[in-house]
Design a protein around this ligand. Sequence first.
Ligand code: VGL
Ligand code: ZN
Length: 203
Amino acid sequence: MTTPDTALIVIDMQRDFCPGGALAVERGDDIVPGINALMAEFDTVILTQDWHPAGHSSFASSHDGKAPFDTVQMPYGTQVLWPDHCVQGGHGAGFHPDLTVDRAAMILRKGMNPAIDSYSAFFENDQSTVTGLEGYLRARGITRLVFVGLATDFCVAWSAMDAARLGFEATVRLDLCRAIDLDGSLDAAITNMRDAGVHISQG
Ligand code: VGL
Ligand code: ZN
């Protein structure tokens, strides 16, 4: 067991991010057994779930003439447009069927605001609207966080960087993450995470 001041945060281990899903991450399902095993070492396990309303503004289908992986300017900055994915209540939004969910103290849903995407578990992509996770962790005396899940270069990286900026000791277990890797986004994310003070571990 790790000490009670440490939590495991499992990012977006959902059907749509695994092979066969709408926004499949290559070998995204490989990491399920390792994540399940790691949960046993933590007193506190938190799962996040990407949970978009139909017609979400991060979907390419919501923008005339745009295709998945194009970008648009939103009031909060540049946004990558994605295939429709993780629609609230849909099959693809469910957790991978082999993921252990019983150990989760909290399931945090994000990306529910139709006008703002939310990669990070702490802030929406405007980087100011909070999810409430910081308060939950602080109220429980948690100061150290270990991140695993999907995708390394988007939701894992943004969550870990916000955690470090908020003063948590943040570690990403790269061996238990998989990346989308759009135009070098994985290398950029690793550099950005290191610059933000995130510990990168290979396990
Ligand atoms: C994610 C793109 C869109 C992720 C979520 O979980 O990394 N990426 N929505
Ligand atoms: Zn999403």
